[in-house]
Design a protein around this ligand. Structure first.
Ligand code: ADP
Length: 191
């Protein structure tokens, strides 16, 4: 059983790793951001409710986000496990997820935190902004986003550290190198 969470700062390539890891272990990569975006694109009721929130960069309320994740975890493809990406993001979501899993006598197997060298990531993102013509991605904006990530995830990372499920993985190097590191860590924690 592989019940996993992946966390990482902007620019760490978290989404890319999530998809690769999920494929390797035969579990779905579940990204709350992707779920919200596809609902907006399809014009669903949920999409209409969250569109303005995503545009403003704010958080979708816990009750809505939790309900969506609870539903998604009940799909048949998540029976062998799952890899959550972008959830949980608040202490309330951490608590909810624990309760949903406990109700089925389940628990998390591991929480992977990708760590990066901040200066290296800033220059990588600046280069990308230049080639893609994204003038709004200035160094100041990028560093601010990283500071927000650190501030918001610190309490969540601390909770999982207390639970003894947190594994820090060096997120620097090639995409393949990082995938290998994460896979090894998952194998050693889930057998
Ligand atoms: P990013 O990493 O750029 O924040 P995501 O794809 O993870 O992108 O999320 C996009 C948006 O979706 C967030 O800004 C937020 O509005 C919403 N969202 C995603 N996950 C959550 C969550 N766990 N709780 C609340 N809102 C969320």
């Amino acid at each position: 059983m592989k019940r996993l969470i992946i966390m990482g700062p902007p620019g760490a390539g978290k989404g890319t790793q999530a998809v690769r890891i999920a494929e390797r272990f035969g579990i779905p990569a579940i990204s709350t951001g992707d779920i919200f975006r596809s609902n907006i694109k399809d014009g669903t009721e949920l999409g209409r409710q969250v569109e303005a929130i995503l545009k403003s960069g704010g958080y979708v309320p816990d009750e809505m986000t939790n309900a969506i994740v609870q539903d998604r975890l009940g799909w048949v493809d998540a029976a062998p496990g799952f890899l959550l990406d972008g959830y949980p993001r608040t202490p309330g979501q951490v608590e909810f997820l624990d309760r949903v899993l406990a109700a089925h006598d389940h628990a998390l197997d591991g929480v992977i935190e990708l760590t990066v060298d901040e200066d290296a990531v800033v220059s990588r993102l600046l280069k990308r902004a230049e080639t893609e013509g994204r003038a709004d991605d200035t160094e100041k904006v990028i560093r601010e986003r990283m500071a927000i990530y650190r501030k918001e995830t610190a309490p969540i990372i601390a909770l999982y550290d207390q639970q003894g499920v947190l594994v820090k993985i060096d997120g620097m190097g090639t995409v393949d190198e990082v995938t290998e590191r994460v896979s090894k860590a998952i194998e050693s924690m889930t057998g």
